[in-house]
Design a protein around this ligand. Structure first.
Ligand SMILES: Cc1cc2nc3c(=O)[nH]c(=O)nc-3n(C[C@H](O)[C@H](O)[C@H](O)COP(=O)(O)OP(=O)(O)OC[C@H]3O[C@@H](n4cnc5c(N)ncnc54)[C@H](O)[C@@H]3O)c2cc1C
Length: 455
């Protein structure tokens, strides 16, 4: 493809039109049907955004640098739709947890300080968000979005007819505590979460093994559990790919292998061009609206435009292995609260994921972190998997200090929208966030009381 080919193709259909509504106005003067939207990024947030915008009547094109959907952070996450765990990482106890685990390989939260101003700014903001009142406010916002998101996910999978495509399980999540004090403290969550409609049932160790028989081996060490019967799990990569295929069949255009290099504005109040590179050529795209769903990479791309996203990559790890001994491989999704390790059954596979490492944009896999996940599997679920067959993976969570995703209009440009920064809960919050964004872009009031941007 020659330089300009993409431009010619797009400019015919994606003519830049004046995007009418200001951040303060309530109704779009153009109908969604006449509006072209480019979604940048085809991870779980990009694909679900494309779905809700398409359903709302926008003409949607998705740009993705990988050859298919969900090849980066949405590729091998913990698989949990964890409505029952809306607490952000920034809690009053987070700094103490980080200190307690300092220097230990299996630390749930690890800092690797760098000569990077963004990292230090992020850490300072994170510490501010650990204050009790901020943590309470952030938890409440995430809880409401998560409840909405699960309802939207359930509707979406039926409407899109993809319920059977992503190893979905609707058997709840069992939160495990191996420390009696932690278990006692955790029970104070039950009442506040119930006020958002989130059910958590306290269980003694024996009851945990009744809910999930694979826990029989570790039940003697368990202090207890909190069972969230309405939570779900599933493979976010398979979900994203099935949904992208469905959308493509419905006329949404996906341009894979297309790298977004730069966004620019000719007039200072709209994004008027998106420079893209494809192995066959390069070009500049334009549209009525641009939505940023670029995971951890949106921050660096938007910076030259003066849009400062408060996100920083928080690396996490997972292993995925075929089930070895079916009697020891859980069907109910598990969260080990002390180690912040989660485990989900994905069909004939088991996914074990966890840990957060503040280490810049470095996707390399640290063998010590994988060893910690394998050790967890061996002690908590002996024989469930064959460690030799475990596939290691690392991904960069696009994390905001508060844990709140960035949903809504950017600060400086009328036609720039954000749906990013979902940190450790992108799979859980994807459908709710995308439906909120679609409502905002139609000029409607969002269905959930959430601090969206630009209002
Ligand atoms: C170990 C681990 C476990 C997790 N477990 C869970 C869990 O159990 N439950 C849960 O809810 N969440 C979980 N998460 C979080 C969740 O995976 C993320 O929040 C989510 O995947 C983020 O999705 P995204 O679409 O924002 O980012 P991504 O999936 O990274 O998508 C961004 C897309 O943008 C594309 N892109 C980036 N830059 C460019 C460019 N310049 N040009 C073109 N394309 C570009 C990328 O290729 C990518 O496809 C976990 C994360 C990790 C790391």
């Amino acid at each position: 493809m020659r330089r300009g080919t993409i431009r010619a193709e797009y400019d015919a259909s994606l003519r830049a039109r004046r995007f009418q509504p200001s951040a303060r106005s309530s109704q779009n003067s153009e109908t969604p049907m006449s509006m072209n939207v480019i979604v940048l990024g085809a991870g779980i947030t990009g694909v679900t955004t494309a779905w809700f915008l398409h359903r709302a009547g926008f003409r949607v094109t998705v740009i993705e640098r990988q050859d298919t959907a969900a090849q980066e952070t949405s590729f091998a996450n913990g698989g949990q739709i964890s409505v029952s765990h809306p607490e952000p990482w920034a809690t009053p106890s987070a700094p103490f947890i980080a200190l307690r685990w300092l220097g230990r390989a299996g630390a749930p939260l690890k800092l690797r300080p760098r000569l990077d101003a963004a990292q230090w700014q992020w850490m300072a903001a994170f510490l501010r968000e650990c204050l009790p009142n901020r943590c309470r406010r952030n938890t409440a916002a995430i809880a409401q979005l998560a409840v909405h998101s699960l309802a939207e996910l359930r509707r979406l999978k039926e409407e899109a007819d993809i319920a059977d495509t992503y190893d979905a399980q609707a058997r709840g999540i069992l939160h495990l505590f191996f420390d009696a004090t932690e278990f006692e403290r955790a029970q104070t969550r039950i009442a506040p979460l119930a006020s958002f409609g989130i059910e958590l049932r306290p269980c003694a160790a024996g009851q945990c093994a009744d809910i999930e028989s694979a826990l029989a081996a570790c039940a003697p060490q368990l202090a207890g559990g909190l069972y969230a019967p309405n939570d779900e799990s599933g493979d976010s990569m398979r979900f994203s790919q099935a949904l992208a295929e469905r959308l493509a069949a419905d006329g949404v255009r996906f341009h894979y292998g297309t790298h977004v290099e730069r966004l620019h504005s000719a007039d200072g109040w709209r994004v008027t061009g998106v420079d893209v590179r494809h192995p066959k050529g390069s070009g500049t795209l334009s549209a009525d609206a641009i939505v940023i769903c670029l995971g951890s990479h949106g921050r660096r791309l938007l910076r030259p435009l003066g849009e400062r996203l408060p996100t920083y990559p928080l690396k996490g790890y997972s292993i995925t292995a075929p089930v070895h001994d079916i009697a020891h491989a859980p069907q109910v999704s598990l969260t080990d609260e002390s180690r912040r390790i989660v485990c989900s059954r994905l069909g004939e596979r088991l996914r074990i994921a966890g840990t957060a490492e503040l280490n810049g944009y470095h996707p390399e896999i640290d063998p010590a972190r994988i060893a910690a996940l394998l050790e967890w599997a061996e002690t908590r679920l002996p024989n469930a998997i064959d460690p030799q067959q475990a596939i290691p993976w690392a991904g960069l969570r696009p994390a905001t200090p508060s844990g709140l995703p960035l949903i809504g209009r950017g600060k400086h440009y009328e036609n720039l929208w954000l749906n990013t920064g979902h940190g450790p809960l992108g799979w859980t919050l994807a459908c709710g966030s995308a439906s909120l964004l679609a409502a905002l872009m139609r000029g409607e009031k969002p269905a959930v009381d959430f601090p969206v941007l630009g209002r």
